[in-house]
Design a protein around this ligand. Structure first.
Ligand code: ADP
Ligand code: G3P
Length: 501
């Protein structure tokens, strides 16, 4: 029986999952790795630790599955996006740690790009906003700050890559320097319409084109792994950024289909079909995975604090001992007792974009208990996601019929019921909650002919539970209005600091 292996290289851990041809999980393995915070706002990973942790989890998953490497038809890679690496083409040695997507060290560079009037070009070509989140200014920082790097880059000695490129480079013993359209679309150097690196942006950022990997579709046979890693060569046949892979794994293949991944943050993506939508409401446009020749696109909104608010209750307030305990605590009260929690610990992301917003808990009374705060914390995840989806609806690309969900916090029934109540549409949790890994496996399986079409994958999809709205639209609107009032309060300190408008 043929199997597929997904390499899911995330921000806090590397995972490997073996799937059978029905898309069922046969085995998995996971390893956390070190987060480096050398200065406030800086986040780095050691590239060798990324590689080693990923390699070990693959070997563990293969051993646990009890399959032969030769039975693995192909592997697919999915990864934390935007995280930036530069390495030497001859020695394979990274010139510096990987600069992680969360890293804010390039804010000043971003200000300079805005002042240089690049916003319109960035938006129209890349679908993005100028922000340290994306790779381009991280590359520029490495060229400027690490001695000798610019000269080596100009001599063509160095390679740039997001984590997918780095893993392929390592897996193939330095034979391949490639990426896929979804990862390229997060660099702020890639034109998502022509699907080519953009000379104007490269020149504006002073980044030599010789650094860049070749860009391929997400479902594509790139080559094979070195036999030494898994005992026999395995075809590398899929690459996608993790949020686009989750969209694909949730079988969101057409316009209007949307998913939300409830992890540390929440990433909401809606398929927009074969043309990129321009958001008027604080969302970004990005390449989605496509299998045929036509490009596919998605609108995306990121919520910075999702499941992390549950971690805060656990580690900061010590109100619960494990994340899953929040459900029974929140269920112990009939509602949040008027408490609204805005967990903007690191500012507010889409669709508000207020980097200096602070967290706020409003509506406290003498009768408030920790259970009310826990319930309000869970509700905050759904409120934030609803704001993003409402912005997507305002962009009017297509009505959203249902929301497909995955990620660690999607285990929480109370959260998902409240999400359905607020949105007024069904919220659907699949049986295989590992949508990201499944998406990478699907991409690889399609490339090697294990699957014939997206329709075949859609037919494999199995639902664990559908949450249907149980409150009136008026009540939902009232709850959202309370939320927006609380958001205003969370933004007050930022507004005061900014002074009179
Ligand atoms: N039952 C639960 N209810 C609510 N949140 C949960 C639950 N289980 C896990 N979480 C939260 O989900 C997050 C982990 O999800 P995961 O998808 O593994 O995240 P990531 O990929 O970002 O590391 C954590 O923030 C954790 O607090
Ligand atoms: O590694 P994750 O799951 O936190 O995902 C990170 C995103 O890809 C960042 O854009």
């Amino acid at each position: 029986m043929p199997y597929l292996m997904a390499l899911d290289q995330g921000t806090s851990s590397s995972r490997a999952v073996i799937f059978n041809e029905r898309g069922e999980i046969v085995s998995s393995a996971q390893r956390e790795f070190t987060q480096h915070f050398p200065q406030p706002g800086w986040v780095e990973h050691n590239p060798q630790e990324i590689w080693q942790s990923q390699l070990q989890t693959c070997r563990e998953a293969i051993a646990r599955a009890g399959v032969r490497t030769t039975d693995i038809a192909a592997l697919g890679i999915t990864n934390q996006r935007e995280t930036t690496l530069l390495w030497d083409r001859k020695t394979g040695e990274p010139v510096f740690n990987a600069i992680v997507w969360q890293d804010r060290r390039t804010e000043v560079l971003c200000d300079a790009l805005r002042e240089a009037g690049l916003e319109a070009a960035v938006s129209s070509k890349t679908g993005l906003v100028i922000d340290p989140y994306f790779s381009a200014t991280k590359v520029r920082w490495l060229l400027d700050q690490i001695p000798g790097v610019r000269q080596r880059a100009e001599r063509g000695e160095l390679a740039f890559g997001t984590v997918d490129s780095w893993l392929v480079w390592k897996l193939t013993g330095g034979r391949l320097h490639v990426t896929d359209v979804t990862n390229a679309s997060r660099t702020m150097l890639f034109n998502i319409h022509t699907r080519t690196w953009d000379d104007e942006l490269l020149a504006a950022l002073g980044i030599p084109a010789s650094l860049l990997p070749d860009v391929f579709p997400s479902s594509h046979i790139h080559g094979v792994t070195e036999p030494e890693w898994f005992g026999a060569p395995v075809r590398i046949a899929g690459i996608a950024g993790d949020q686009q892979a989750a969209l694909f794994g949730q079988a969101c293949f057409t316009r209007g289909q949307a998913k939300n991944t409830y992890g540390t943050g929440c990433f909401i993506l809606m398929h927009t079909g074969e043309s990129a939508a321009v958001s008027q409401n604080g969302l970004i446009s990005t390449a989605a995975c496509s299998v045929g020749a036509a490009p596919h696109y998605a609108l995306e909104g990121s919520v910075f604090i999702g499941g992390a608010v549950v971690q805060w209750l656990r580690d900061g307030l010590k109100a619960i001992s494990s994340s899953s305990d929040i459900e029974s605590l929140a269920f112990s009260v009939p509602d949040a007792g008027g408490v609204v929690f805005v967990p903007s610990f690191t500012g507010l992301g889409a669709p508000y974009w207020v980097p200096t917003a602070q967290g706020a808990i409003v509506g406290l009374s003498r009768g408030t208990t920790v259970a009310h705060v826990a319930r309000a914390a869970l509700e905050s995840i759904a409120f934030q996601s609803t704001s993003v989806l409402a912005a997507m609806q305002r962009d009017a690309v297509s009505p959203i019929g249902e929301l497909r969900v995955d990620g660690g916090a999607a285990a929480n029934n109370l959260l998902l019921q409240f999400q359905a109540d607020l949105l007024g549409i069904p919220v659907v949790r699949p049986k295989v909650i590992e949508s990201t890994a499944l998406g990478a496996a699907y991409l690889a399986g399609l490339a090697v002919g294990l699957f014939g079409s997206e329709a075949e994958l859609d037919a494999q999809r199995q639902v664990d539970r559908t949450f249907v709205p149980s409150i009136s639209r008026d009540e939902a609107a009232q709850r959202m209005a309370q939320w927006e009032v609380a958001v205003e309060q969370a933004m007050l300190p930022a507004r005061r600091a900014a002074g009179p408008a």
